[in-house]
Structures are given as structure tokens and as C-alpha cells.
Write a protein that binds this ligand. Structure first.
Ligand code: GLN
Length: 278
């Protein structure tokens, strides 16, 4: 053993000598400034107001494909990949907490987690209670119906029952605009789509990416897209400016270096929206 190590050591010394000789031949280059201030990406960042060092506890409603869902026993989706990437770049592990969508904001405000990501639209009302990151996704609403439905769009909804998920922008839009319809709220979008498939309701209003995913997974059909001009944000506690800044800086990096585009194309077809393209 000892002789092998010795031989290895000799080889390394020889290689180092060669490398030094090569460097010596090169013209002097200006020395790079010391990067003492740079955060070491492998080190946990402990000034982000996190309850546990090195861990970011993230709340979500893990039942909203393709953003967050469990398949093959694994949590996956666009939001999951994005959040894991942000956390990794901050030297943090993600600990996921699954809860109901309509409980997310109050639970974040009550410090039950450090952040939330849940395909959550940034709204003024929500921003009274929590702080949102810069936008990370663009969405609209879409009306979904059964394969043999006579409903061709929102103009046909009078007297119909329309489903949506509790506490969502889809539910709020339906209540405000479909005043001649009965709005039924479900604890999750899969539950609403299930009721539509079972003919218990006539239509579902949901975010377009989730509606399109449902169309691909079943014989339900997206019959009209309603341009509500929504953007999603990651939520943090209102007083946690350090975490908000760290998330925003990292998100900007992820967009600029093309990682966002890679994650996007894992989950969605078509071009990355210009504001998220590198
Ligand atoms: N984007 C919608 C909202 O914020 C729906 C999100 C969801 O169902 N997870 O209300």
C-alpha cells in the first residue's frame, strides 16, 4: 500500500511541476480580484430568516398538475423543479408541506412555513397578507367541459353549474362573472374535474395550464380560454425581505442562464414566454 501511495504522490508532484512550468511560460495575466464577498453556494445561508438552518420549508397544495403533484410516490412538477433549483442555488434543502390551497396564505403568515409555491396568482388582496416574488409564470383561465357538452363557451353557462377550487382566482372569476350559474367549490381541482367527469356539474373554470393538462389526461375538453392576464409568484412572509431578495435574485439568474427554459420545456410545449426566455 505504502509504495503505491508513494508512487501516486510522486506522479502528483511531477504533474504539479509540469503545470507550474506551463504557467511560468505564459505571459503575466492580471490577477483576478479576491472574491471574498461571494456567497459559497454549498454553504447554507443562515441570514434568510429560516426556522431551520439549511432548510427552506415550502408550503403548497400538491394536487395541481403540472405544477405540483405526486406521481410514482414522488412530488414533481414545474413549481417543484423551480423551487428545488432556487433552493439548491441558495444552499438549501426543500422540506415540502402539503396543505389546502385556501389555507396557504394564512399558514404562511402564521409562520408554518418559510415560503409557498402553488401556481398562486399574484393579487392585490393576497399581497395585503404575504409578499410575492417577481412573477415566474403567466396564466389565464379556461373553461373545461365534458366531451359531449353543448357548452361552447362562457356564453352558454346560464343555468349551468360551474366548478372551481376553493380560494382560487378561478372561483372568484366565476362568482363575479357567471352570475346566472351555480358555482360549486371543491377542495382541489382534481376533485372538480372528477365531478365534471361524473356529470355532477356542467363545467369547470381552472387555470389554462392545469386545464390543458387535464384535457391531455382525460376526455374533458377546454372549450374557451378567458384572458385574465394572471402571473404566479412565490410567497414569503411580509417581513422577510432577505428571503424575498434572495428568491428574486436567484429567479433572475435562473431565467438569464436558460435554466428556466429547460424546466419550462420539461413540463410545457411551445415557446417560453419572452419575459422568461434567456
Ligand atoms: N392560479 C390560481 C390561483 O392563484 C389557481 C392556483 C391553484 O389552484 N393551485 O388562485
Amino acid at each position: 500500500m505504502r509504495s503505491v501511495n508513494l508512487r501516486l504522490l510522486i506522479s502528483i508532484v511531477a504533474l504539479l511541476a509540469l503545470a507550474l512550468a506551463a504557467c511560468a511560460d505564459e505571459p503575466d495575466e492580471p490577477e483576478a480580484p479576491d472574491e471574498v464577498d461571494e456567497v459559497d453556494e454549498d454553504e447554507p445561508v443562515d441570514d434568510l430568516g429560516l426556522a431551520q438552518e439549511g432548510v427552506i420549508v415550502v408550503g403548497s397544495d400538491i394536487d395541481f398538475p403540472p405544477f405540483e403533484f405526486i406521481e410514482d410516490g414522488e412530488i414533481q412538477g414545474f413549481d417543484v423543479d423551480l423551487m428545488e433549483e432556487i433552493a439548491a442555488r441558495l444552499g438549501l434543502e426543500v422540506e415540502w408541506v402539503d396543505t389546502g390551497f385556501d389555507a396557504l396564505i394564512s399558514q404562511l403568515a402564521a409562520d408554518e412555513f418559510d415560503a409557498l409555491i402553488a401556481a398562486m396568482t399574484i393579487t392585490e388582496e393576497r399581497a395585503e397578507t404575504i409578499a410575492f416574488s417577481d412573477p415566474y409564470f403567466e396564466a389565464t383561465q379556461a373553461l373545461v367541459v365534458g366531451p359531449d357538452s353543448d357548452i361552447t363557451g362562457v356564453g352558454d353557462l346560464a343555468g349551468m353549474s360551474v366548478g372551481a377550487q376553493d380560494g382560487t382566482t378561478g372561483e372568484a372569476y366565476a362568482e363575479e362573472n357567471f352570475t346566472d350559474s351555480t358555482i360549486t367549490s371543491f377542495p382541489s381541482y382534481p376533485a372538480a374535474f372528477g365531478a365534471l367527469e361524473a356529470d355532477q356539474i356542467d363545467a369547470v373554470l381552472a387555470d389554462l395550464p392545469a386545464a390543458a393538462e387535464q384535457e391531455a389526461r382525460s376526455d374533458l375538453v377546454v372549450t374557451e380560454v378567458i384572458d385574465t392576464d394572471e402571473v404566479y409568484g412565490i410567497g414569503v412572509q411580509q417581513d422577510n425581505e432577505a428571503l424575498l431578495a434572495a428568491i428574486n435574485d436567484t429567479l433572475a439568474e435562473i431565467i438569464a442562464d436558460g435554466t428556466y427554459a429547460d424546466i419550462y420545456s420539461t413540463w410545457f410545449e411551445g415557446d417560453v414566454p419572452p419575459r422568461f426566455a434567456d
